[in-house]
Design a protein around this ligand. Structure first.
Ligand code: GDP
Length: 168
């Protein structure tokens, strides 16, 4: 896949985490459109060539409980997984996110797939720091911040703290 510089990236997380917002920001949608984002119903595939020349196919898949059973339909040929979570979520939602992410990471078809955990809504006072979120998710092996080649977010992405964590 590297050869043809195509990357298929799954964007997953609980509903309301901010998946659609981050996809739109990454793709440079205008700010008014970004602000009008409604929670993802079903899924949406967006494509755009980003800085390093890779054609990124971002699969933004709805996070409602009723849709989660369909996530697995998108695992094949996934190059990277972005797990978006709302850093202001109360403990119960954090536990739900941790359980869903743990289930994903045990999927055989995702074993070799790099994972980016995006602690979103870090602009809000109630946001938990990335370190605490990593711990809450049971991700104990953070790697130094050297994003996977071709996956750097544009530096202009505001309101989000990205932490790269090892997919163990
Ligand atoms: P999705 O269901 O995961 O696709 O979530 P959306 O992208 O629809 O976002 C859910 C809500 O959170 C929307 O009202 C967004 O405007 C809001 N939101 C998303 N990202 C951020 C952020 O970084 N900061 C704040 N304060 N709100 C955000």
């Amino acid at each position: 896949k590297r050869r043809d510089r195509e990357l298929r990236i799954l964007v997953l997380g609980l509903d309301n985490a901010g998946k659609t917002t981050i996809v739109r920001r990454l793709l440079g949608d205008d700010e008014a459109a970004v602000r009008q984002t409604a929670p993802t119903q079903g899924f949406c595939i967006r494509t755009k060539v980003l800085v390093s020349g890779y054609r990124m196919h971002l699969w933004d898949i709805g996070g409602q409980r009723s849709l989660r059973a369909y996530w697995r339909n998108y695992f094949e040929r996934t190059d990277a997984l972005i797990w978006v979570l709302d850093a202001t979520d109360p403990q119960r939602a954090r536990e739900e996110a941790a359980a869903e992410l743990a289930a994903l990471l045990s999927e055989p078809s995702l074993q070799q797939v790099p994972l980016l955990v995006l602690a979103n809504k870090s602009d809000l006072a109630a946001a938990r720091p990335p370190q605490a979120i990593g711990e809450a998710l049971g991700l104990s092996r953070p790697v130094p911040s050297s994003p996977t080649e071709g996956l750097q977010a544009p530096t202009s992405v505001p309101d989000a703290t990205a932490e790269t964590l090892a997919n163990s």
